[in-house]
Design a binder for this molecule. Sequence first.
Ligand code: ATP
Ligand code: LTN
Length: 334
Amino acid sequence: MEETLKKTIFSGMQPSGLPSLGNYLGALKNWAALQDDYNCVYCIVDMHAITVRQDPAELRERARNLLTMYLACGIDPEKSVIYYQSHVSAHAELAWILNCYAYMGELSRMTQFKDKARRHDENVNIGLFAYPVLMAADILLYNADLVPVGEDQRQHLELCRDLADRFDALYGDVFTVPEAYIPKAGAKIMSLQDPEKKMSKSEDENDGNVIFLMDEPKVIVNKIKRSVTDSGSEVRYAPDKPGISNLLNIYRAINGETAEEAERDFDGKRYGDFKAAVAETVVGALTPIQNRYEELAKDRAYIDGVIAKSAEKARTMAEETLAKARRAVGFPDR
Ligand code: ATP
Ligand code: LTN
C-alpha cells in the first residue's frame, strides 16, 4: 500500500518499570503486527512516567531499555517512528492548550487517576490528574486513526475523542478523532496470584504476580506453576475460575486460538499439565525476543542512531498539527 493512503497508528508505553507480559500481549505484540498496513508512531512516554516519583538515573536507563525492547519485539525503525516523548516539545505545548478545554469533572472520573491517587496518596500531583490530557495530545498531534492499547486505556481514549470533538466543534477540522484498537484475548492480562487485578509492571509489590519480558525461562515456569489454583479440576473459562481463565487468555493471545480451541486442547487434562503447557508457550514466545534484546543492547551506536533520527521525524509530524491548534485558539504566528 502507498504511504499516503495508509492510516496512522499511535501508541505509547511508560518507562515506569520492566515491561511485562501484559504490556506485550495487550500492546507491543500488536504494534509490530500492524506496521505493514499502517504508518506507525510508537512513543516512550517518559513525561507520563514522572507523574509518579522516579529515580532520575533509573528513568533514563529504563527509557533506553524500553526502546530496545520495542525493537526486540519487532518494531522496525525503517518502517515506524520510535522516539522519546520528552524529545518532542510539541507534546507539552498541545497538552497545555487542551488543558484549557478539559473539565475537572471528567478528569476526576478517570479510574486510573482514582487508583493511582489512592496508591500514591503522598503525591497526588497535578500531572497525575492531567495525565489523560497529555495522552490526548500525544495521539492528536500525529492525526492517529487507531490507537492499539489494552482494555485499561479505553476510558482515556474516550476522553481523547471527546476533547477532539469539543475542540473541532469550536474551531473547525483541526484534529482526527481516533479509535481504540483493543485485542480480543490479550487486552487484560491479570495478576498471577490475584487474578482480580490487572498485571502491572510498576504497581505490584509481589514479583510473583508479574511475568517480566526479560524473566529467565525457569522463573517464568515457576511463576506460572505458583499462580492461583482455582476450585474444580476442569480447564475451561468460568467466572469462578479467574486464574485458569487468565492463563487460557495468555495461551490464546500467544497462539491465536479461539476460546473453544484452547479449551479443547486441555480437555481431560489436569491443572498441572495445563500450567506446564502455558509456561512452555510463554517461554517459546519470549526466548527469541530476549535473544534479540541482548544482541541489540550491545550495539549502543545503533540504538543512538535510531533515537536521533526518529525524534527528528516525530518533531516534523507533530509541529504541523501543533501549528494548526495554535492558530485555531488565536496565538500570534511565530
Ligand atoms: P504501570 O503499571 O506502570 O502503571 P502499565 O504496565 O499499565 O503501567 P503502561 O506503560 O501504562 O503500562 O501501558 C502500556 C500498554 O500496555 C498500554 O496499552 C496498556 O493498556 C497495556 N497494558 C498494561 N497492562 C496490561 C495488562 N495487564 N494486560 C493487557 N494490556 C496491558
Ligand atoms: N496512558 C498509557 C500510555 C500512553 C499512551 C499514549 C497510550 C501515553 N500516551 C498515547 C496510547 C496512546 C498507558 O498505557 N498507561
